[in-house]
Design a protein around this ligand. Structure first.
Ligand SMILES: Nc1nc2c(ncn2[C@@H]2O[C@H](COP(=O)(O)OP(=O)(O)O)[C@@H](O)[C@H]2O)c(=O)[nH]1
Ligand SMILES: [Mg+2]
Length: 241
């Protein structure tokens, strides 16, 4: 069992590295959204797309066991989306994402948003080649979830606490939830927002835009380094001939 799991993960890591190289070459900032079903991933995506659409190019990979409902919700915003159905699988893997990229062909210097299959267990162990995993937890789910599903909160760079518009109706303890997340991952960033009302969205949008800017300038830096290397080699060639 352990051997099979190791083989699957090591194969996945090889595909993930290929995806990561490809994203770097194209200046694409890639975010892998994970959460339980119903935390608000698709709502957060459609709302973010509406607010960012004119500012940067965006494409979306949607993962679900069945249906293409979420890809249709994304396409309704005018952004290109591809649905990957995992059947009995409980997570996207790097090979599926690589295959989806062949069809989606996101443009250079853009944002690629991946919505993973909804659960807080399987997607934690699978690197897709993304820059970051972002875990969405809604305030209706209970503040103990980071402790119950530590792998996911450990793997995420950012926790988005969604549905803050509902807080007045609940006894959800925001500070306790954040403390729980930091117990399993002291470095985790936290943002509180409501994808429905739009409150708190700006920090998230800024985070995404900063990610795209960094990916773009890293790509341009690589291009510049290559150009300098070509000039050097041409000079050496001239000397020798
Ligand atoms: N009150 C409230 N409801 C939300 C919010 N975000 C999403 N929802 C609702 O939560 C339900 C599940 O949302 P969805 O985006 O499909 O979640 P997903 O399964 O994680 O993609 C839908 O009924 C949404 O309208 C929010 O910020 N506040
Ligand atoms: Mg969804």
């Amino acid at each position: 069992m352990v051997r099979i799991e190791q083989d699957i993960l090591s194969k996945n890591n090889t595909y993930a590295e290929a995806n990561r190289r490809r994203f770097a070459e194209h200046g694409q900032f890639v975010v892998n959204l994970v959460s339980s079903p119903g935390s608000g991933k698709t709502t957060l995506l459609t709302r973010s797309i509406e607010l960012l659409k004119g500012r940067l190019p965006i494409a979306v990979v949607e993962g679900d066991q069945q249906t293409s409902n979420d890809a249709e919700r994304i396409r309704a915003t005018g952004v290109r989306a591809i649905q990957v159905n995992t059947g009995k699988g409980c997570h996207l893997d790097a090979h599926m994402v690589g295959h989806a990229l062949e069809h989606l062909a996101p443009v250079d210097d853009s944002l690629l948003l991946i919505e993973n299959v909804g659960n807080l267990v399987c997607p934690a162990g699978f690197d897709l080649g993304e820059a970051h995993k972002v875990v969405v937890l809604s305030v209706t789910e209970g503040e103990d979830k980071p402790l119950k599903y530590p792998d996911m909160f450990h793997a995420a760079a950012l926790m988005i606490l969604n549905k803050t518009d509902l807080l007045p109706h609940l006894d959800f303890d925001v500070e306790a939830c954040i403390a729980n997340a930091r117990r399993v991952n002291p470095a985790i960033e936290v943002m509180q927002l409501s994808a429905r009302s739009g409150e708190g969205m700006q920090a998230w949008l800024d985070w995404l835009e900063a990610g795209v800017r960094a990916a773009t300038s890293a790509r341009l830096g690589e291009v510049e380094a290559l150009r300098r290397r070509v000039v050097e080699l041409e000079a050496q060639l001239k000397e020798k001939t």
